[in-house]
Design a protein around this ligand. Structure first.
Ligand code: LLP
Length: 419
């Protein structure tokens, strides 16, 4: 459930009619609902009620906006970060350093040092090489970094290839068959305290079975590590739970996920860490856009909107579906190609899509754009960056200003020697 609904013939975000936001802020614009973010964080926590020793670390990559992070911080969330940039955002939003987990295969030495200095809660080490480097950096400054070893369980998540992370040939983690030995070699290093293991097999998972297989393998690893004398106190189960992108899509609920986790992890006697991103933020945001014009097409008309692939990359990158609906539906529909203004055919949001009848000047929304939306934007075609708005009841605030093409150009220089 979210808080974007038609009321008195106009789509509202909570109690704010979307045309008001379009008028005051312009389009395209991302709009987030505080109530939905809070509801999702609460639902996720309720789903894990049987797992009292847990940390829910929101995957900042899904939506790093400071106001969004602040809403989630107030719900008790920690943060899963994959760069120092994300770490600084989490800290700025007031998330305690000890609730921050640092994942990622390519943490640079400078990033490791910055995270050590910030005193974050856990480094998820993705290779023996990284573990040795972190150990040396930490020992050199008299610190001890709490770490988990990320393993690659060789489980196919059954999701889009580009967002699958747990197959043997993916770049993430260490092969599960070698994890015991690598753990043993790293555990003896000064500078790190290897206290657990981590896994994340992919995103937008529509089926719990692959997650369950991965967690079961992790459970066996925990037993064998303990058998070898290692103390295991933390296990990070990653994120990945999918969300419905279409009204008629059935996905496992957080409650079903929670029940599965409770069953599989029974008796592990560890603190469990979760890194949900999409399931918290996905349906808490929409991209509000205006129709520039409707152009006749051979088969279907082209509804050309003022948002483009640079603003919402998912359809172009993954062929992803986002429901597309009018803000003020006329009660009739049309079949159309929904496209942006960018000069490549990939800038197509939908082909042959049954949608509300739309005309030039109308407002429309792409739904489920709160995760991996604004954060994946670029300035391609010199289009600038879309603003973001957070709604709270009947009020709203711009929580990221529009960065227009001129501001981006201002950061560029033509060297004198070019005349
Ligand atoms: N933890 C780790 C280590 C991750 O790599 C990710 C996502 C998450 C947690 C959060 O996963 P979630 O709960 O959101 O599924 N840009 C793509 C999604 C990429 C996900 C990358 N990793 C998209 O738009 O679908």
């Amino acid at each position: 459930m979210d808080h974007f609904a038609i009321r008195d013939s106009v789509m509202h975000a909570e109690d704010v009619p979307l045309p008001r936001i379009a008028e005051e802020v312009g389009t395209p614009v991302y709009v987030y609902s505080r109530a939905t973010l809070e509801r999702h964080a609460q639902m996720f926590n309720e789903a894990l009620a049987d797992i009292p020793d847990r940390l829910v670390a929101f995957a900042v990559k899904a939506n790093p906006n400071l106001a969004v992070l602040k809403v989630l911080q107030r719900q008790g969330c920690g943060a899963d970060v994959v760069s120092v940039g994300e770490m600084r955002r989490a800290l700025k939003a007031g998330i305690a350093p000890e609730k921050i987990v640092f994942s990622g295969v390519g943490k640079t030495a400078a990033e490791l040092v910055a995270a050590l200095e910030a005193g974050i809660g856990q480094f998820n080490i993705e290779s023996e090489e990284e573990g040795l480097e972190l150990a040396a950096l930490a020992a050199g400054t008299g610190r001890e970094a709490a770490c988990a070893l990320r393993v690659n369980p060789d489980v196919d998540a059954g999701t889009h290839d580009k967002i699958s992370t747990g197959r043997a040939d993916n770049k993430f983690g260490v092969p599960i068959g070698e994890a015991g030995q690598i753990f043993g070699r790293l555990a003896g290093q000064d500078g790190i305290r290897l206290r657990g293991v981590a896994v994340h097999i992919g995103s937008q998972l529509a089926d719990l079975a692959p997650l369950e297989r991965a967690f079961a393998k992790l459970g066996e690893l925990v037993s064998s590590l303990r058998g070898a004398g290692h103390e295991i106190t933390h296990v990070d189960l990653g994120g990945g739970l999918g969300v419905p992108y279409r009204a008629d899509e059935e996905l496992p609920s957080p409650a079903e996920y929670g029940a599965m986790v409770a069953r599989v992890t029974k008796g592990w006697d560890v603190r469990l860490i979760f890194e949900p991103g999409r399931v918290i933020a996905g349906n808490a945001g929409i991209l509000l856009t205006r129709v520039v014009r409707v152009k006749r097409g051979l088969k279907h008309p082209f509804v050309i909107v003022d948002a483009a692939m640079n603003d919402l990359a998912r359809p172009a990158l993954y062929g992803a579906w986002h429901d597309f609906v009018a803000v003020t539906p006329r009660g009739s529909d049309m079949t159309a190609n929904i496209v942006g203004p960018i000069c490549e055919t990939g800038d197509t949001f939908a082909t042959g899509r049954l949608t509300d009848t739309l005309a030039a000047g109308d407002l429309a929304v792409f739904r489920t754009a709160g995760a991996y939306g604004a954060t994946m934007a670029s300035s391609y075609n010199s289009r600038g960056f879309v603003p973001e708005v957070l709604v709270d009841g009947d009020r709203f605030a711009v929580v990221a200003e529009r960065i227009d093409a001129a501001a981006i150009m201002d950061a560029e220089r033509v060297p004198e020697w070019l005349g």
